[in-house]
Write a protein that binds this ligand. Structure first.
Ligand SMILES: Nc1ncnc2c1ncn2[C@@H]1O[C@H](COP(=O)(O)OP(=O)(O)O)[C@@H](O)[C@H]1O
Ligand SMILES: O=P(O)(O)OC[C@H](O)CO
Length: 500
């Protein structure tokens, strides 16, 4: 019975495979971490081969765990860390450089130069993005300029570019399919989100040869089939979406005005704005939430580079917790009278500041500040950053005139929402309800849904939305005065850090 759906969720720190039953319950899941490479300050790389091998291994593991064969799987959906850039040789299928990860800041100077030359308005108007090293476009140029002979090879059509979805698709199909979906394309700085096509002016500006680029499709589409030898038979690939977009789908945020926020390594909040591409006055991004049946639905996005990564820093950098879960009890034991702030600008600041050069700092330390206060400050930093994004979104929404009801509720997912303490503090600092769904693997669920929709075994979005189930609502309980004092302290810390 070809009824199961296999979701591949290739994230920043690990690759996951999840097998969903037709009722969207989870039949099996597997996860593998892979090494992070930090060759210089602000540089972050992955071995592209690691991304592929961990993906392949986890897919095989879940099929074995569930005792399923290729014939039992209706379709595969791929979702992925976005913007991360892979350039490979079309003939050998080998990457010509390590993947340059979304967090990598090496092209900050180039972005500043392009901004200085007055190119940002054009880039923003066409792509909805800003000139920041976060996005793929300048990373492609860096690889072409730093790998000997790469530019000439690219111009001869010998090299291919892809975000991680395209790279995995190329590998899964044995080099038969070079494609991506509209959401991933929308993160490259090369894609016109209003026309849904690669933009010749931007290709020229960033010196990227057209021949390197994948074909862009809907999120639910025919992306080919896997090579039979990988899983003992061919499996159709029917869905692709960047992880934040898949989470928007998995959270069933299909109505304009609905918002989700995903807490993984970073944090990404997306506000559905329907068919209108709302232009932010507050330095948020405009992006494609999803594209189905050739119809684009847009979103405003707030991107924070460090969320769960702050918890990892407590564990790996400071060594004050042994695992992420310990952060809850430690933060709870912090002295509430201390006002310690961490601005976790480890790789600069994302929205709404977009400052790639600034680095992290702590404020308000006293002789009594210890591990508990550091831990609380790390968890709260994620909440404060979200509060900044939501404030910006509300302001943009109010002046956009977009149709729909702007619900105050925030739907959350991602590894960090396991922390009840962090989620309660988030509700308190937002002064709004925070809803955690039963299925926390929302990103993978979104990818599985897209593949299932393409395969004809999942209902239309409206009916899928009816199956969303609440696990827990965190209601705000913090007195308004406390909240306002704390938020004012945070804003002051950010202001002091980012002073010219
Ligand atoms: N109980 C917890 N409390 C706080 N943070 C947590 C907890 N469990 C996991 N995390 C954080 O969640 C992140 C992992 O989330 P995940 O969604 O798997 O990330 P990614 O997709 O970016 O690899 C890690 O940074 C981890 O520190
Ligand atoms: O791997 P995540 O979950 O931190 O997500 C990464 C984002 O897609 C980067 O834009």
């Amino acid at each position: 019975m070809t009824t199961h759906l296999l979701a591949i969720d290739q994230g920043t720190t690990s690759s996951r495979a999840i097998l969903f039953r037709p009722d969207t319950s989870i039949a099996a899941q597997a996860q593998q971490e892979f090494p992070q490479h930090f060759p210089a300050s602000g540089w972050v790389e992955h071995e592209a081969e690691d991304l592929w091998q961990t993906t392949l291994a986890t897919c095989r593991a879940v099929m074995e765990q569930a005792g399923l064969t290729a014939a039992d799987i209706a379709a595969i959906g791929i979702t992925n860390q976005r913007e991360t850039t892979v350039v490979w040789d079309r003939k050998t299928g080998a990457a010509i450089h390590r993947a340059i990860v979304w967090q990598d800041r090496r092209t900050a100077d180039l972005c500043a130069r392009l901004r200085g030359d007055g190119h940002e308005p054009l880039v923003s108007e066409r792509t909805g993005l800003i000139l920041d090293p976060y996005f793929s476009g300048t990373k492609i140029g860096w690889i072409l300029d730093h790998v000997p002979g790469a530019r000439a090879r690219a111009e001869r059509g010998e090299l291919a570019f892809g975000t991680v979805d395209s790279w995995l698709l190329w590998k899964l199909t044995g080099g038969q399919v070079h494609a991506t979906d509209a959401t991933n394309a929308a993160r490259t700085l090369l894609f016109n989100i209003h026309t849904g096509a690669w933009d010749e002016d931007l290709l020229a500006l960033l010196r990227v040869p057209r021949s390197m680029l994948p074909e862009v499709k809907d999120c639910a589409a025919d992306f080919g089939t896997t090579q039979p030898h990988f899983f003992g038979g061919a499996i159709a690939i029917g869905g692709i979406a960047g992880d934040q977009h898949a989470a928007t789908v998995g959270q069933a945020c299909f109505q304009p005005g609905m918002i989700k926020s995903t807490y993984g390594t970073g944090c990404f909040a997306l506000l559905n704005t329907g068919p209108t591409a709302v232009v932010s006055q507050n330095r948020l991004l405009t992006t494609i939430a999803y594209q189905l049946g050739g119809k684009r639905t847009y979103a405003l996005e707030g991107s924070i580079f460090v969320a769960g990564a702050a918890v990892q820093w407590l564990r790996d950098g400071l060594g004050i917790i042994k695992n992420s879960a310990e952060s809850e009890a430690l933060a709870e034991s912090a002295d509430p009278a201390q006002q310690v702030y961490l601005v976790p600008a480890f790789v600069g600041l994302g929205a709404p500041h977009w400052n790639p050069d600034v680095r992290g700092a702590m404020f308000g330390l006293t002789r009594n500040s210890g591990p508990a206060e550091f831990c609380l400050a790390a968890l709260e930093s994620v909440c404060y950053q979200t509060a900044d994004l939501i404030a910006a979104m509300n302001a943009d929404w109010a002046r956009s005139g977009a149709a729909g009801h702007r619900t105050p509720v925030l739907r959350v997912d991602g590894g960090m929402v396991a922390s009840n303490f962090a989620m309660q503090r988030l509700a308190d600092l937002l002064a709004a309800p925070v809803d955690r769904p039963v299925i926390r693997e929302t990103t993978a669920l979104g990818a599985a849904y897209l593949a299932g929709y393409q395969a004809g075994i999942m209902p239309a979005p409206g009916r899928f939305a009816d199956s969303w189930r609440l696990d827990h609502r965190f209601d705000p309980t913090m007195p308004a005065e406390t909240r306002e004092t704390k938020i004012a302290g945070w804003r002051d810390a950010v202001r002091r850090l980012t002073l010219p």
